[in-house]
Design a protein. Structure first.
Lengths: 115, 116
């Protein structure tokens, strides 16, 4: 069965400090994994994706994520938070299921950045 | 490049009324998705089209929801009759080519539906 769990519903950091948003998944096959960001009143935007190449994936705006198969994790990190990073972040898993490719979104993690 | 266009942006209706949402995907994108995002939850796929054919509608409540994609371009999603629990943001997304494992989807801003 396919599932994705975002371990924190809310994360609060100070500007300039590191960001860690945690995501665990389960998949029957070799999945593709994505992180999307949703700013208020804007559409979802792709931050980065893992597709069985390098396990450390670099995305836009200084974000990166590491695929760890042994831990079934795909945590999102950024060395130094900026005020503009405040948004909702979604971890997404996509893999082959009976009937075709299935994509599931996590419940989301809201990131707050304090000045 | 123009993005995914959706209208209306907001809609308020009474329960048991009907409502329709419209989506215009990015030009040339063969795959179109409709998602429902309830407050505090991640988006849930309702239906996926490949050109004008349905690829996946397993989570679409077919007794009240319907969608079509005539000519493989624009799409409409309809709810009839609406229930209170249909209050959500309805997101349309599109992707280039055949839906595949690692294909990026581009999302519209969504339609926020409130059923009272």
């Amino acid at each position: 069965a396919q599932s994705v769990t975002q371990l924190d519903s809310h994360v609060s950091v100070s500007e300039g400090t590191p960001v860690l948003l945690r995501c665990n998944y389960s998949s029957s096959y070799s999945p593709s994994l994505f992180w999307y960001v949703q700013h208020p009143n804007k559409g979802l935007q792709l931050l980065l994706k893992y597709t069985s190449a390098a396990t450390l994936v670099k995305g836009i705006n200084g974000f990166e994520a590491e695929f760890k198969k042994s831990e079934t994790s795909f945590h999102l990190t950024k060395p130094s938070a900026h005020m503009s990073d405040a948004a909702e972040y979604f971890c997404v898993v996509s893999d082959l299921q009976s009937g075709g490719f299935k994509t599931i979104f996590g419940a989301g993690t809201r990131l707050f950045v304090k000045a | 490049e123009a993005g995914v266009a959706q209208s209306p942006r907001y809609k308020i209706i009474e329960k048991r009324q009907s409502v329709a949402f419209w989506c215009n995907p990015i030009s040339g994108h063969a795959t179109l998705y409709w998602y429902q995002q309830i407050l505090g939850q991640g988006p849930k796929l309702l239906i996926q089209f490949q050109n004008n054919g349905v690829v996946d509608d397993s989570q679409l409540p077919k007794d009240r929801f319907s969608a079509e994609r005539l000519k493989g371009v624009d799409s409409t999603l309809k709810i009839q009759p609406a229930k209170l629990e249909d209050s959500a943001v309805y997101l349309c997304a599109s992707s280039l080519g055949r839906a595949a494992l690692n294909t990026e989807a581009f999302f519209g801003q969504g339609t926020r539906l409130t059923v009272v």
